[in-house]
Structures are given as C-alpha cells and as structure tokens.
Design a protein around this ligand. Structure first.
Ligand code: MSP
Length: 639
C-alpha cells in the first residue's frame, strides 16, 4: 500500500498579482502531486493566499480600497489562475477565513498557556517591508538585505515566542533526519544558521501600528505577527485538530517553498509545531529563484512575468514543460523567452512532435489505420530493444521524481524519445514496407514504436497532462483514470490488435521566434527590461554607437508600429526598422541627426532586414528619439 501524500505551496501575499515565481512553485507542486497519483497514493494539494499584515494594508491604501475589498480581489485572481494552468488543488485557503483564524487563536492560546510566549519591552531595528525586526548580523551594510533600506529603530512592548528553548532539539532533528530539508545545500544553510544563538521571535504587533491581523487571544491590544498566523494554514486547511484530512494527511506532509522563505519554514514552523505539541512536518523542499536575464524579478524593476501571457503565447503544457525542464530544483535559473522558444522547438516540436507524427504517419500508411497483430516472439532482428529501454526510462523517471529532480525525470524521458527516433532510423520501416517477406517484421517494428509512444504519453502526464491525454487518444486508449499509473505504464504490450486508430494530429507546432520576440511595442513590454547590473568600460566599449542622419523614412505596410529608415553613416547607408510609427511621421524624421547602435546583430522585422538600432526614450504614450545637440558628421563614434 502506498502512503497518502500531502503537498503544499507557500500561501502567496496578496499585495501583488500572481507572477512567474508563484507559478513555478505551484506547477512544481502540482507535478509532484500528479506523480504521486501515478504511484497510486491518495493525494491532497493545498495552496492559497496570505492576507494579513502591513504589506497588504499599504497595497490596499495605494489602490484606494479597504483591505477587505483588496484581499478579496487579488485572492480571486490567484484562485482563478491555477485551473487555467491545469493545476488542481484540493483546497484553496485564505488566512482571513474564520476556520483558519480559530485555529491560529487555539494554537496561540496553547503555547501561551504552556509558558512559551512572554511579554517584554524590546528595542530593535525594524524593516517595514519585511514586517520584522533584524539583528546586526542579518543586515548588509546596515541595510535590510531584501529591500536595501535602512531599518528603523523601534522601541515597544511585545509578545515573544521562546524559540531559543527549542534550538538544540531542532538541530538534533535536522541532523537525525537527513531528508527533512532538501536539497542538502538548504539543510546545511539552516544548520549553519542554528550555530549562532537563536533569538526569540516577536509574534505580536501593537494595534496602534497595525490592525489588519488576528487579535491575540490573551491581549486585545495586539494582533498576531503575519508569519505566525500564515504558517498555521498548513494544518488549519486540513481541519486541525480533529479533521479526518488532518489525521490522514499531516503525517505525510511536504512543503514546497523557494529559498527566500527558508528561515520561517526551516526554523519557526517546526519549533511552533513542537511547542504546540503537534507532530512536525515530514519534508521541506526548497527551490531556487527565477531571475530575469540575471536580475531579480520585482514589481519595482518592472520585469514581472505574467503567467497568462505565457499561457496565451505558448500554451499551458509548453510552459509547464519549460519550467520543469529548465530549472534544476534547488538552483536559480534565468528566464528568457528565447530559451522557451528553443525548448519548444527542439524538445517538443522536433523530438517528441516529430516522433509522434512520423510513427503514426507510417502506421496509418502501412497498416491502413488498423493495429496489426503483435506477437512478442516476432522480434525485429535489430540490436535495439525499446521494451527494455522503456523499463529503464520508467525506473530513472520514478527515482528522479521521488527526489523532486523534475529536470532529470524529463531528461530520462527525452533520452528514451531519442532512442525511439534512432530506432526508426535504424529499422527503416519504409525499406521493410517494400518487401513482402518483411511484413511481419514491419508489424513488429511499428507495434514497438506505438508501445513506446504509449509509455512516453504516460510519463509526461504529470508535466503535460493535456498532451498525455491527446497522445493516448490517438493510440486508441480512452483516458480512464488509470492510464497514467506507473504499474499500468510498465505493462508491455498493451496496444489493442485490430483496433482502428484516429487520424494523427500535430502535437506541437514550431514557434516562429521572429513573430514573437519582435512583436513588442514601445512602452508596452510584457517583460520590461531589467535594471542593468554595472558593467566594465571594456564591456561598454563593445557597443558601437554612431551619429547617423535619417535620409529617408517610410511606413511598413501592415505593421502600424514600424518605420523603415534609410540611414547615412558617412561611408555607407543602411536600412533599419524602428518601432516608433505611433510617435513620429516619416517626414518628421528625415534630416534628423540620430544616435544608433551600429554593431547590433541584424534582425528581420516584418520581412525587412534591420541593421542597427536607433536609440529612443519611451514611456507609455511618449517617445523621444535621441539626437545630438550639435551637428556632427554622420558615422562619428560616440564614446
Ligand atoms: N506569504 C509568504 C509565504 C507564507 S507561507 C506560510 C510569502 N509570500 S510571497 O507571495 O512572497 O511568495 C513567496 C514565494 O513565491 C516563494 O517562496 C516562491 O515559492 C515564489 N516565488 C516568488 N518569486 C519567485 C521567483 N522569482 N522565483 C521562484 N519562486 C519565487 O512569502
């Protein structure tokens, strides 16, 4: 019997809309949960929103609405997004729910009564953005490491949770349970943090400063610190203390978080559970950060990636695949649309998509769409053995998925796909089809390939559920609830003899990167540029900036944002395409001395080759082309 499986995402703050980072964690959690469904476990997935605290009040004020209205709206956006990305959670929790509040109050009371919460005067450095006190060791150059701001000194009386009392217990637990926090680098990080004396945690905020929170059951003048409230969601959602789900799933709990919230999950949460007399969770799985072309993704940098844009541009399955394949769970990854496109074109359209249409195409052609007899003894006389290779792929896939190594699990499947592609090349069914005496061999080859595709369709299920079902359908299987079960996938053969299969389809069309990467309009970027890191002069000098004169300008038919410009660079002329047609008429530009990047790789925009780029400042509805304030000969280098 497989044991139940409970998996959670962090509950996301509702001070901003869902973005790529939230999406990654929630998809990874959904993938892990689907994998445990494949193993036959009874599974439960939880996600939700974290709705109390100062951050939320400030965001509501900024939007001129009450905190209640604000949290309702953003929480709704999160809840509605997940099904659009094929994420199916069993419970969506909100920390403003009465049921959750009752559990928080109950646990606070328990810990207070046991003497682990005390009242004291405290003076410390407080970061309002993090909503917590910092000690000297945690600050970087005297500033909050996350927000880069100097914390403010605050003196006030508050309630404190005796974390220090449990420090040695936690060290022992982590040491004795090597897989409590994974990957190992984060386990080591927590252990190294625990080498220093642990400070007690301030778990209250005076109502004079903040009202949007859960009132302490033992003092009406205070609300609960948002983290103390939020972490409890993992058990309140299961109906702690008496709920059936709590009894069944809590002993099998897995929390998935990114490295930013390692400390509350690796230190505060187990100690809170211990102090409240509740069994601690089983596993904490920590992943790295998605950066946008090496910068942190953040609202203030304007480079936040919208998951709905990704879905609409590339499809849900392609995005799920990209995120799981590209990031090594635990390490940071760099996001860019060109990487998505190359993954889609090479892995999905070329490797998987081509194999699928190639095999089904031959099957329909040579066997008139009807599955031939498959006699296992009728082996093709080739060294390649797709059945044995499939067992290997399944076993590698299972091991990697058990370890949350999604990229490795997918690599094992793609390795099998490439073996299948090789099998087609080596067995050359088109040659077998020419000889009557090879008919049986041809049947064996095609049946092996169909079985191989069936295995692939089962293994991709957790990551690409829609494609998995599509493939199954075209192989003649009704997607019953069991087709993706590991034990079922492993049974070979399963193709139904004499069954007629539906005509094939294309699984993943190739993406035309020019069409996508050049469609952005000035001032309307989906992925705004990151604030660039500092560079050396040597790097700057690689950019060849030149003065240039516009000698001709015209609109490009059917491209209402683009102008085609003829540019004089002194010793030669060039054509460039600029996305400024909304802001300048061609006549306005002719004769201007502009600044251009002369050594940019040529790019084709709407069929016109552009050699270079004109510099312009663009902000929403305004655009200003950079010009030189004195006449300079065209072609003069800017340094
Ligand atoms: N509300 C707290 C969590 C409380 S859990 C009891 C919180 N919320 S958050 O909205 O800031 O979400 C943080 C989480 O969002 C990260 O741990 C991670 O799961 C996800 N991500 C946010 N930005 C991310 C990246 N740039 N990259 C990867 N994941 C990121 O913290």
């Amino acid at each position: 019997m497989t044991s139940p499986f409970y998996i959670t995402t962090p509950i996301y703050y509702v001070n901003a809309k869902p973005h790529l980072g939230h999406t990654y964690t929630t998809i990874a959690t959904d993938v892990a949960r689907r994998f445990h469904d494949m193993k036959g476990s009874d599974t439960f997935m939880l996600t939700g929103t974290d709705e109390h605290g100062d951050k939320i009040v400030k965001a509501a004020e900024k939007n001129n609405v009450s905190p209640r209205e604000y949290v309702d709206e953003i929480s709704r956006q999160f809840e509605q997004l997940w099904p659009l990305l094929d994420i199916h959670c069993d419970r969506f929790i909100r920390t403003t729910e009465e049921r959750h509040i009752a559990v928080v109050v109950d646990i606070l009371r328990k810990i207070y009564d046991s003497g682990d919460i005390y009242y004291a005067e405290y003076e410390g450095m407080y970061c309002f953005d993090c909503e917590r006190f910092f000690n000297e060791r945690e600050l970087v150059d005297g500033k909050c490491p996350d927000h880069g701001k100097e914390p403010v000194s605050i003196a006030e009386s508050n309630y404190f949770f005796k974390m220090s009392k449990y420090q040695q217990w936690l060290i022992d637990h982590i040491t004795e349970n090597p897989d409590f926090i994974r990957p190992e680098r984060y386990r080591n990080e927590v252990l190294s943090f625990l080498k220093e004396p642990l400070e007690d945690l301030c778990i209250s905020r005076p109502k004079s400063r903040l009202q949007w929170g859960i009132t302490l059951p033992f003092d009406d003048d205070y609300v609960t610190y948002v983290w103390f409230d939020a972490l409890i969601n993992y058990i309140s959602a299961l109906g702690y203390p008496d709920g059936e789900n709590f009894k069944k799933f809590w002993p099998h709990s897995h929390h998935v978080v990114a490295k930013d919230i390692l400390k509350p999950h690796g230190i505060y949460w187990p100690i809170m559970l211990k102090a409240a007399g509740i069994d601690i969770y089983k596993h904490l799985l920590v992943h790295g950060y998605w950066n946008i072309e090496h910068s942190k993704m953040s609202k203030s940098l304007g480079n936040v990636v919208d998951p709905l844009y990704l879905k609409e541009t590339y499809s849900t399955d392609a995005i799920r695949y990209f995120l799981m394949r590209e990031m090594v769970f635990g390490l940071d990854s760099s996001f860019s649309e060109s990487v998505i496109i190359s993954r889609i074109n090479s892995d999905l359209a070329n490797d998987l998509g081509n194999l699928f249409s190639r095999v089904l195409g031959m099957f329909h052609k040579y066997f008139d769409s009807t599955v031939p007899d498959y006699a296992p003894e009728m082996k093709a006389e080739f060294k390649l053995d797709l059945k044995t290779d499939a067992q290997k792929a399944i076993s590698q896939f299972v091991t990697a998925m058990d370890n949350f190594e999604f990229h490795k699990a997918l690599a094992a499947v793609w390795d099998y796909i490439s073996k299948m592609n090789k099998y087609v090349d080596v067995t050359a069914p088109w040659e077998l089809a020419k000889k009557k005496e090879s008919k049986n061999q041809l049947a064996a080859v095609i049946c092996n390939l169909l079985e191989g595709l069936r295995v692939v369709s089962g293994l991709i299920y957790p990551v690409m559920p829609e494609t998995a079902v599509k493939m199954q359908k075209h192989l003649g299987f009704a997607p019953d609830s069991n087709f993706h079960r590991i034990e079922k996938i492993s049974q070979w053969p399963q193709m139904i003899t004499n069954q007629t299969l539906p005509k094939s389809i294309s699984l993943f069309p190739r993406i035309d990167s020019d069409a996508i990467l050049t469609k952005e309009e000035p001032g309307e970027k989906t992925l705004a540029e990151p604030v660039s890191p500092e560079i050396e002069y040597e790097d700057f000098s690689k950019i060849d900036l030149r003065s240039a004169r516009v000698i001709h300008a015209e609109k490009i038919p059917k491209a209402n944002k683009l102008l085609k410009l003829e540019i004089d660079l002194g010793d030669h002329t060039r054509t460039i395409v600029a996305g400024i047609a909304k802001f300048y008429t061609p006549e306005e530009l002719v004769g201007k001395s502009v600044v251009m990047v002369a050594n940019l790789k040529p790019a084709k925009l709407m069929g016109v080759q552009s050699r270079g780029m004109l510099l312009a400042a663009v902000e929403k509805e305004i655009c200003s082309v950079a010009v030189l304030d004195r006449d300079m000969p065209p072609g003069t280098r800017l340094k």
